[in-house]
Design a protein around this ligand. Structure first.
Ligand code: ADP
Length: 424
């Protein structure tokens, strides 16, 4: 089986979300954590996802990592590159979505790239270039309070225009074209490319629209967006006779050992999930103020966890409401405070693995990146879906672990219990 589609994800939760989408649509994907070593052979799967932690990295670093991932994937035969970012377009005025997409497009020889973060199953839709989260414009949703990437402009054409070299290379394929289907979208993309446009924000309100956009993207070298728009890509490879029909997700292997939930997301969905789990299971809150004061927060959490683990699944969280997050950020600012919290949760995770935790649920994109690094996981197989966008994943190394990486804003209030129940 040769590699067909190469994916570069700007965080771990988004990458598993994308790998799940491909798997559900009959295209098995192997997920790598970070750019694999040069000596790593091509995966025995038609899709490979390189999960980076580049969403909030300095722009040059995000670009360099993404280009390295792109080159690795191309060298192993990838025929199309997908740049996966969050369905809420998490980024700042400087990037990293624009600069990375631009560098990838340059690397791939130019042309036009589709830009479509829509994921209707999770309430993300794009209409007239504006991103909605449920009934709200992005800028009126909980995303306006995000600790690292507060989103205050819902107009993707304008916002992406500020991130790329030339604002007028970003254009819109609007709903009236999209609803006409794949042929109309393909034609419009070709027309816009002919006018020198490089990034086409594409409206999408339904899965039907995403499938049409996917079909229209068959000839594009670069597709960018959320996992939704990847839904239609496997069919292109099947239609070209390159991908055999079949099942794309692995079954849950038997895994013994303790279970822990680590939550570092402060998004509204995770706050609800933490509340529900804390009401039914032993839970421990990591306090950023105590971390800032140099108190032995990690040691205390571990001491607590080692005693609590025998009683069943535990929850360790730094999740808090926007007012508390703002207070915690006063001294060091969002980034350094975020790092401090991530490092603390990662250190706790490392010790819990040594204490026998084998089943992991991690809430938060950045948080998941920090935890997966601490657990020294290099690759993942993708298992069944827990809730839209979140699969169980399995690590063959260093020992069998089951891991679920949940994007902060994904999932219903009972997500954690539902996920754990699937393992028993
Ligand atoms: P999401 O998926 O919701 O975006 P992330 O894990 O990506 O979640 O981002 C949350 C960021 O907020 C992380 O950098 C995390 O360390 C930081 N953080 C977590 N808890 C707190 C807190 N109580 N105060 C300030 N920052 C926090």
């Amino acid at each position: 089986m040769s590699l067909l589609l190469g994916i570069i994800g700007d965080d771990i939760t988004g990458s598993t979300d994308l790998a799940l989408m491909l798997g559900k649509n009959g295209m098995p994907a192997v997920q790598y954590i970070g750019v694999p070593a040069e000596s790593t052979p091509a995966p025995a799967a038609p899709a490979a996802v390189v999960a980076l932690k580049s969403r909030t990295a300095p722009v040059e670093e995000a670009v360099a990592q993404s280009l390295a991932a792109c080159r690795w994937l191309l060298a192993r035969g990838a025929r199309q590159i997908f740049f996966k970012y969050c369905s809420t377009f998490d980024s700042t005025e400087q990037g990293n979505i624009g600069p990375v997409a631009e560098a990838l497009l340059d690397e791939l020889g130019g042309g036009i790239a589709a830009v479509c973060p829509a994921f209707p199953a999770n309430g993300r839709t794009v209409y007239r270039g504006h991103l909605f989260v449920g009934d709200q414009l992005l800028s009126e949703s909980g995303m306006r309070h995000h600790p690292l990437t507060p989103m205050t402009d819902p107009n993707l054409v304008r916002f992406l225009g500020r991130q790329v070299r030339q604002a007028d290379t970003v254009c819109l394929v609007a709903y009236p074209v999209v609803r006409q289907g794949a042929a109309a979208i393909r034609e419009e993309l070709a027309r816009l490319a002919g006018r020198g446009q490089r990034f086409a924000v594409v409206d999408a309100l339904t899965d039907e629209h995403l499938l049409a956009i996917g079909e229209a993207a068959a000839g594009l070298k670069l597709v960018t967006g959320g996992s939704g728009v990847a839904m239609g890509l496997p069919a292109n490879f099947r239609a070209a006779g390159l991908l055999a029909p079949g099942h794309g997700l692995a079954a849950i292997p038997p895994v013994q050992g303790a279970a822990a939930v680590i939550a570092g997301s402060c998004s509204p969905a995770t706050r609800g999930q933490v509340r529900v789990m804390a009401a039914a299971h032993p839970s421990y809150q990591v306090d950023p103020q105590a971390l800032l004061a140099g108190e032995p927060v990690v040691e205390r959490a571990i001491e607590w966890a080692l005693a609590a683990l025998a009683g069943g699944p535990i929850l360790i969280y730094s999740t808090d409401d926007p007012a508390a997050v703002a207070r915690a950020q006063e001294r060091l600012g969002p980034e350094r405070t975020g790092k401090l919290v991530e490092e603390a949760l990662a250190a706790i995770a490392r010790r819990l693995r040594a204490a026998g935790v084998r089943k992991w649920i991690v809430a938060g994109g950045e948080t998941s990146g920090a935890v997966v690094e601490a657990l020294e996981i290099r690759s993942l197989r993708i298992g069944p879906e827990i809730e839209p966008g979140v699969p169980w994943t399995f690590s063959p190394e260093p020992e069998g672990l089951c891991l679920a990486f949940k994007s902060g804003n994904f999932g219903t209030e009972t997500f954690f219990a539902k996920a754990l129940a699937m393992l028993s």
